[in-house]
Design a binder for this molecule. Sequence first.
Ligand code: FDA
Length: 303
Amino acid sequence: MSLLNRAVSLTLPLVPKPIVRHFSKRYIAGSTLDDALKVVSDLHRQGAMVTMDILGEFISTRDEATINTEDYLALLQRIHDERLHETNVSVKLSALGLLLDEKLCLENMRRVLQAVSKTGNFIRIDMEDSPCTTATLAIHQALRSEFGERVGVVLQSRMRRTMDDVDDVAREPANFRLCKGIYLEPRKIAYTDPELIRRNFVLALDRMFELGCYVGIATHDEILVWESLRLIRKHGLTSDQYEFQMLLGVDEQLRSILIDAGHRLRVYVPYGAQWYAYSVRRLKENPQIAGHALRAMLVGVRS
Ligand code: FDA
């Protein structure tokens, strides 16, 4: 961990909320759905598709899980009412009760999936840290057998188990998001060498394409973008058989390069009242982000 990253993450709890807000506003679309929808319209104008995420993972009561479920139902209804065709949603299962009671979480997800099916939308189940992996894949499997192509899941190339998970999930037609994985995991279960995380990304993507899966290729690492383009060409894919995905506020230049070249690109748009807890946790979980954010801010200030 570089000195800069360590310094930013250690001093974070002392930083006043408005300053954390300043850091995070580039990456978080606001605290309300109305704030977020302004960002979504802007992204649509730039030719990007969107996936919306309501911040609020790792809750401690069943009531909070119910409130989060209701928020997702309201979000899906609003997307439908405003005819935002290129907008789907992403969810972290811990926000719907995964760590309190898996059955409760599955029931909450069933309610959400019924709304997804009714409105003709799609929901992506984000992947959280390793204690959630097996349960997340099990819930995804249960929902997929009930709701089919309306639901997809995320795999992380950081994890040693990922190649097995690709084959396991893709026994039936699958829709993946592939990313490196944001949570720092122990070496016993995860690759820690950045070059191996990259190579495993390429290996997993190649296998996903070979198995006929639709993949949301989620990275801002230009070497991985290059490798992905190589694999897209190798498998002879057309532009409706995959998409690139990027986080709000990160490398907007690479985003427009991909859109201008005719690729579909989806931006991940997180929003919600929990923006402060989310920002602090992300920076603590992976202090590298602090470095990225600070660098992005300084470049912004200079230009
Ligand atoms: P890398 O970390 O090497 O970043 C490449 C460059 O991008 C950096 O040098 C920096 O300039 C810039 N950058 C990357 N992240 C940044 C940030 N946060 N702020 C500012 N600049 C940044 N993870 C997970 O565990 N579960 C999940 O469900 C998801 N979902 C998800 C959705 C989408 C659409 C994306 C793009 C990413 C995720 N992730 C995720 C996060 C992912 O696992 C990974 O941590 C980040 O994408 C960073 O990895 P890169 O591949 O971009 O490479």
